[in-house]
Design a protein around this ligand. Structure first.
Ligand code: PLP
Length: 285
């Protein structure tokens, strides 16, 4: 079965799903994206993801090119045509196609939309979570607005490759003060020796992860001690547990950072429990 992508009004087999060389996404990475988890055929936390998409678009002054209700239909149709039960749906919007010029294109230029969906292996992800992943730290090298979910991801690409080169699954960016900002494609968390769950505040320096937002609700509902504050790499090295969150991974335990075992070097009970509770608190639609 060929993969089907939605591109500017049409559902096309992947090999024919093309955008113009003058698309500003291609030319300037002038666009934004979202990734939602699909589980049991439902979209997880769609409302929050679409809210964040609208915010990213607003920040870049790109108009939403379709009505929100139409976008919801397109996402579902793309999921259906690709027969995805468990996986992800990806939405990308760019400032559209125009002659190459750094400043915004002429008024009336239609933003481009691409929607794709693909299956992920749930049991593979569970297996990964049972073992946990390794993380490497890299200097923060991104622009000043990672809170915008921009498709401009070159530092994230290089960070992820640095992780892969060192046999790790994720890279954590570290700011000039030695504090962890977030992962290349996830938010970063630790559990301190005295059992406090800590993650950095969602200012302009990180993406306000939807999984992060929902998980804060889970943590509060379970009466765990929670601190929203920056933490250093040193603090992470000596943490009892560490984990990352993202729509495609939910809660993924971290068992090594820069080759140092975290806690006893196995996935911790807090990360495991939060992973198990997550979907009971998320919105399904
Ligand atoms: N931070 C970055 C840089 C990301 O790319 C992502 C997800 O892709 C996240 C955090 C987690 O966000 P969410 O939980 O909404 O998937």
């Amino acid at each position: 079965m060929p993969r089907i992508a939605y591109v500017n009004g049409r559902y096309l087999p992947a090999p024919d799903a093309l955008v113009s060389i003058e698309d500003r996404g291609y030319q300037f990475a002038d666009g934004v994206y979202e990734v939602c988890e699909v589980r049991g055929g439902a979209i997880i936390d769609e409302r929050r993801h679409i809210e964040r998409l609208r915010r990213s678009l607003d920040e870049l002054r790109i108009p939403l090119p379709v009505a929100q209700a139409a976008l919801a239909v397109i996402m579902r149709e793309t999921i259906r045509r690709n027969r995805v039960r468990n996986g992800i749906v990806y939405v990308q919007m760019t400032r559209g196609v125009a002659r190459r010029d750094f400043a915004f294109p002429p008024p009336g230029t239609l933003p481009s939309i691409v929607v794709t969906a693909r299956s992920l292996d749930l049991s593979g992800s569970e297996k990964k979570a049972r073992h946990g992943i390794a993380v490497v730290t890299v200097p923060e090298s991104r622009w000043a607005r990672p809170d915008i979910k921009s498709i401009s991801l070159l530092p994230n690409v290089l960070a992820k490759q640095a992780a892969r080169d060192r046999g790790a699954g994720e890279a954590w960016f570290v700011d000039r003060e030695g504090r962890v900002t977030e992962g290349a494609s996830s938010n970063a968390w630790i559990v301190t020796r005295d059992g406090r769950v800590v993650t950095r505040p969602a200012d302009n320096g990180i993406l306000r992860g939807i999984t992060r937002t929902v998980l804060i609700g889970v943590i509060k509902a379970q009466n765990l001690l929670f601190e929203e504050r920056p933490f250093t790499v040193e603090e992470a090295y000596s943490a009892r547990e560490a984990f990352v969150t993202a729509a495609s991974q939910i809660v993924m335990p971290v068992v090594r950072i820069d080759d140092r075992p975290i806690g006893d070097g196995l996935p911790g009970p807090v990360a495991k429990a939060l992973r198990e509770s997550f979907h009971g608190h998320a919105e399904w639609s």
